[in-house]
Write a protein that binds this ligand. Structure first.
Ligand code: NAD
Length: 447
């Protein structure tokens, strides 16, 4: 099949490359000229395990094309995936301007029957807006081309995106006609040969499914962080509680880790968008508001612990930060807890030396240039280098190399043997034996 994927970010590029890998001809379209020029030379805009290989192989084989011109792609394609961003607007609502712009462009160029598939995460009812936007432009051109709009939300996880796309838990397809269902089934058949997992439903149901999935996962995290807050004040170790409740198969172990809050481009944005959707229909989303509020507070917890330890005097101190990405396996720092921590430390007059295995370049773009010039913030190339003469080590992202560090080396390097563990990675007894002071999340501290 000939397929166009509009938007070449985490979702679009992975979708395009994986669909090309299965023998389809795919046009990846993006408005970002530099991104497309780089992709043509095999330079990827994002870090995702396994992505570089399939992008370069499929590009070399002539199945995967990159272009800034939707019109060039339109003539060749029968299916259009929209995979552009839907960032939060000021009121938290999903900003649909990019999605609708793409829909209008499709309408401007479409000449033969097509299926327009919305993969971006969008509020219930967006398919109707997409349909209207395409139709309006077709009408303006005075042409009558048949097209369907399908909702096909994406469930891949950053850091495991290629694997998730290749081996999906489920494919959700919201469609209102048999032809669209059949075409979508043909596209996804190679990915689910051994595990047929396609769920057909109404278009609005599919749109809601994506928000409900992310809101559920965010709820589990905020729930556990709330329990951690109780544990911390009641002399209970939340890690034991986690093991104790996770063993109940109705609860399970996934997503019940206490920590310094969730970030990323999806959970914060999608919970906010769902709250906004609720408000628009005069429904008070009490639980979702609490999930969001708990998370906002949780992102400040590491700074609060450091500040309390040093009696509020952080001026002139230096702190080592391990992990900048919002989670391991990605270079994405959108809404990352590390950003909240670093901003707070620098605002309090401290300096930060940070290390992340892959997010260094993202971090250099994230923070003000002046901070680097004035050495308020340094991004270093080694995890132990970050610890040199620091007044504490703060673990923010649980990358694997941080899990079993050389504690002796750390103790030698740090000015003060203090560890703030935002992901409960360390065994408190071992930490005590090694002679560190320690604060985790929802567990006893070692002063
Ligand atoms: P992204 O920001 O990484 O990529 C979006 C891309 O779209 C950018 O490269 C941008 O230049 C391009 N773009 C914007 N307007 C365009 C236009 N008019 N024409 C062509 N290209 C255009 O975003 P992402 O993380 O891939 O997310 C895309 C959507 O998928 C969002 O709705 C998001 O909520 C959803 N989603 C994301 C993930 C994830 O893990 N990142 C997972 C599931 C769903």
């Amino acid at each position: 099949m000939n397929i166009t994927v509009v938007g070449s970010g985490y979702v679009g590029l992975v979708t395009g490359a994986c669909i090309a890998e299965m023998g389809n001809t795919v046009y990846c379209v993006d408005v970002d000229k530099e991104k497309i020029a780089n992709l043509k030379q095999g330079i990827l805009p994002i870090y995702e395990p396994g992505l570089e290989t399939i992008v370069s192989e499929n590009h070399a084989s002539g199945r995967l094309h990159f272009t800034t011109s939707l019109s060039e792609a339109v003539e060749q394609s029968e299916v259009f995936f929209i995979a552009v961003g839907t960032p939060p607007g000021e009121d938290g609502s999903a900003d649909l301007r990019y999605v609708l712009e793409v829909a209008r462009q499709i309408g401007d160029h479409l000449t033969s029957p097509a299926i327009v598939v919305n993969k971006s995460t969008v509020p219930v009812g967006t398919a109707d807006l997409v349909r209207a936007a395409v139709a309006e432009r077709l009408e303006a051109r005075g042409v009558d081309v048949e097209f369907s709009v399908v909702s096909n939300p994406e469930f891949l996880k950053e850091g495991a995106a290629v694997n998730d796309f290749m081996h999906p838990d489920r494919i959700v397809i919201g469609a209102d006609n048999e032809h669209a269902r059949q075409v979508m089934s043909r596209i996804y058949a190679p990915f689910i040969r051994n595990r047929p997992r396609t769920m057909f439903m109404g278009i609005r149901d599919a749109e809601m499914t994506k928000y409900a999935a992310n809101a559920m996962l965010a709820t589990k995290i905020s729930f556990m962080n709330e329990i951690a807050g109780l544990c911390e004040r009641l002399d209970v170790d939340v890690e034991n509680v986690r093991l104790g409740i996770g063993s109940d198969e109705r609860i399970g172990y996934h997503f019940i880790y206490a920590g310094c809050g969730y970030g990323g481009s999806c959970f914060p944005k999608d919970v906010k968008a769902l709250i906004n959707i609720a408000h628009q229909i005069d429904f008070e989303p009490k639980l979702l508001q609490a999930v969001e509020a708990r998370n906002e507070q949780q992102k400040h917890t590491l700074f609060d612990k450091i500040s309390a330890h040093y009696g509020g005097n952080l001026g002139g101190r230096t702190f080592a930060v391990w992990g900048l990405a919002f989670k391991p396996g990605t270079d994405d720092m959108r809404e990352a807890p590390s950003v909240v921590l670093i901003n707070s430390l620098i605002a309090a007059g401290a300096k930060v030396r940070a290390f992340d295995p892959v997010a260094s370049d993202t971090a250099r773009r994230e923070f003000p240039e002046a901070w680097f010039a004035e050495e308020k913030l340094q991004i270093v190339e080694g995890q132990y280098e970050a610890a040199i003469d620091a007044d504490a080590l703060c673990l923010v992202t649980e990358w694997k190399p941080f899990r079993r560090p050389d504690f002796r080396a750390l103790k030698r390097l740090l000015k003060t043997p203090l560890i703030i563990d935002g992901r409960n990675q360390y065994d408190t007894e071992q930490i005590a034996r090694e002679g560190f002071a320690y604060y985790g999340i929802g567990r006893k501290s070692i002063a």
